[in-house]
Each structure stands twice: as structure tokens, then as C-alpha cells.
Design a protein around this ligand. Sequence first.
Ligand code: SF4
Length: 64
Amino acid sequence: MDEAPPSPLPFPTSLCHRCAAPPKYVRTKTSTFILCPLLPQKYPPQPVLRCPLFRPRPQEPEET
Ligand code: SF4
């Protein structure tokens, strides 16, 4: 399954992109939705600018 962030990102200002939740990107033919695994409503109104459940995503280890 492809869970890499799409390009271009939907709602680039959304906190979700930097969240450790981690969000899933659900693509349809015309749009990309951000599915939050933590929120009961799953699809918060975007862009999410503040979120009580936000945790910064740890940096990916750099390839050497
Ligand atoms: S916890 Fe908040 S910031 Fe993180 S993916 Fe869900 S809605 Fe976005």
C-alpha cells in the first residue's frame, strides 16, 4: 500500500502532515483526503491548524 505523502500535498499548511499519528492519505480520482487514525470523525476539517492530539513525527533516520 502506498502511504507516501502525495505530491502536491493537499492542504500544505495542515499539521497532519507533520503528525506522528500517522495520517493516511486516501486518494480518489479527483482529490486526496487526509484520514486521521486518532480522531473519531476520521476526517477533520482541513487544514488542521491546531490539534490536541498532534505529536511531532520523529525525524526519519538519514540514509548513509
Ligand atoms: S492527530 Fe491531529 S494533527 Fe495528527 S493526523 Fe490527526 S488530526 Fe492531524
